[in-house]
Design a protein around this ligand. Structure first.
Ligand SMILES: C[S@@+](CC[C@H](N)C(=O)[O-])C[C@H]1O[C@@H](n2cnc3c(N)ncnc32)[C@H](O)[C@@H]1O
Length: 310
C-alpha cells in the first residue's frame, strides 16, 4: 500500500515549473494527485498544497471504516476534513456524511474551530483515502523579507524551486551559487538543509548577501567575494542566475565565459537566463536534459528560461 498522498496546486503559468520540479523531487511523471511511498516534507515545495500520511485506502467505504477502527487512533482536539481534489467530485452532502461516519472510529475529542490535529478523507477516482493531514504553509515566505535586495533578485518561489530541481531532496548534495547576488538562492538552500555556498564578483553585493544570511541566523561567511572564472572547487550542482546586461553590465563573451567556467565547477548545472542559450550551453560541453520557460503571467510571452544540464 502507498504511504503518502500529495495534492499539488499552482497558477496556470507555473505548470511547467511545477512539473519540472516534480520530476527531480519524485523522479516520476507529474500527477496532480500523487500516491507514493516517498516522504517529502509538505513545505519543501511551494506547489504542494497538502499531504496525507495514509492510514487506509479502499474502494468500499465500509471496509475503510473497519480498517480505521482496527488501527485504534486516538487524538485530542481533532477535526476531519474532506480534501477536495481535481479527480473526483462527490457531492458536498456526501463528503460531510462520510466524514461524520468515519469520525466515530477515531477516539479522542473533536475541535472543529481550532483543531490540534487534522484528519483528511478524500476520494481519488473510486478509491477512498484517509490519514493524518499536513497543510502546506508558506513558511518559505519568511526569507522574502531580507534587509538587502535589488531589482534583479529572483523571487523566492523560483529560488526554492531551483533548489529542489538542483538538490532532488538529497541534502548530502553540495550546491554552489557562483553569481549569488543578494543570496536569495543560498537562503532557500540553507532553509532546506543543504550544504550550500555562494559568491559574487561584486564586493558590495557579496557583503549585502552576507548581511542577509546573518539576519536570518545563518553563517554569513558562506558567501564570499569571488569570480567564477577564478574560483577553485568542485560541487555536485551549481545554480546560476546568469547576469544579463539590464542591471549588471556584462558582455555576451562574459556570459559565455561564466557558462564555460561552470563546467569546471559542477557535475549538474541549473541555469536561469533571459534568453535561450542552448548553443552556448552545448559549446561549454553540457548536455541539456530539460528546458522550460517560466513566465510571470500567462498572458506575457517572455520570462526566464530554466535549464537543467549535465
Ligand atoms: C542576475 S544577478 C543574480 C541575482 C541573484 N540570483 C539574486 O536573487 O539576488 C547576477 C550576479 O552575477 C554577478 N556576477 C557577474 N559576473 C560574475 C563573475 N564573473 N563571477 C561571479 N559573479 C558574477 C553580478 O555581480 C550579479 O550580482
Amino acid at each position: 500500500m502507498k504511504k503518502y498522498f500529495y495534492l499539488f496546486n499552482y497558477p496556470p503559468e507555473e505548470h511547467d515549473l511545477c512539473t519540472l520540479e516534480f520530476k527531480y523531487l519524485f523522479h516520476e511523471n507529474y500527477q496532480q494527485c500523487f500516491l507514493t511511498n516517498k516522504d517529502i516534507d509538505v513545505n519543501t515545495s511551494v506547489f504542494i498544497k497538502g499531504k496525507i500520511d495514509i492510514w487506509a485506502m479502499d474502494k468500499d467505504f465500509e471496509k475503510l471504516k473497519e480498517k480505521v477502527q482496527k488501527q485504534k487512533h486516538n487524538y485530542q482536539e481533532f477535526k476531519i476534513i474532506y480534501l477536495k481534489n481535481p479527480i473526483s467530485h462527490p457531492n458536498y452532502q456526501e463528503t460531510l456524511d462520510k466524514c461524520k461516519e468515519i469520525s466515530w472510529f477515531i477516539d479522542g475529542s473533536v475541535n472543529m474551530a481550532k483543531p490540534l490535529h487534522t484528519i483528511a478523507l478524500t476520494k481519488v477516482s473510486d478509491l477512498w483515502v484517509i490519514g493524518y493531514y499536513h497543510h502546506g504553509v508558506p513558511s518559505w515566505k519568511k526569507y522574502d523579507d531580507k534587509p538587502n535586495t535589488f531589482s534583479n533578485s529572483l523571487d523566492i518561489r523560483l529560488a526554492r524551486t531551483l533548489i529542489n530541481i538542483a538538490g532532488e531532496n538529497d541534502i548530502s548534495k553540495t550546491i554552489i551559487d557562483p553569481c549569488c547576488g543578494m543570496g536569495t538562492v543560498v537562503l532557500e538552500g540553507l532553509a532546506l538543509g543543504y550544504s550550500i555556498k555562494g559568491f559574487d564578483i561584486s564586493r558590495d553585493i557579496s557583503w549585502k548577501a552576507r548581511c542577509n544570511l546573518n539576519h536570518f541566523g545563518f553563517d554569513g561567511m558562506l558567501i564570499t567575494k569571488d569570480d567564477i572564472n577564478k574560483h577553485q572547487g568542485h560541487y555536485d550542482v551549481a545554480i546560476i542566475d546568469i547576469p544579463y546586461n539590464l542591471y549588471t553590465p556584462i558582455t555576451y563573451q562574459e556570459q559565455c565565459a561564466i557558462i564555460q567556467s561552470a563546467r569546471r565547477l559542477c557535475d549538474k548545472l541549473v541555469l536561469v537566463s533571459y534568453e535561450k542559450m542552448d548553443q552556448e550551453i552545448k559549446e561549454a560541453s553540457f548536455e541539456i536534459k530539460d528546458r522550460i520557460l517560466r513566465k510571470k503571467t500567462e498572458l506575457v510571452k517572455f520570462g526566464r528560461y530554466i535549464y537543467v544540464c549535465y
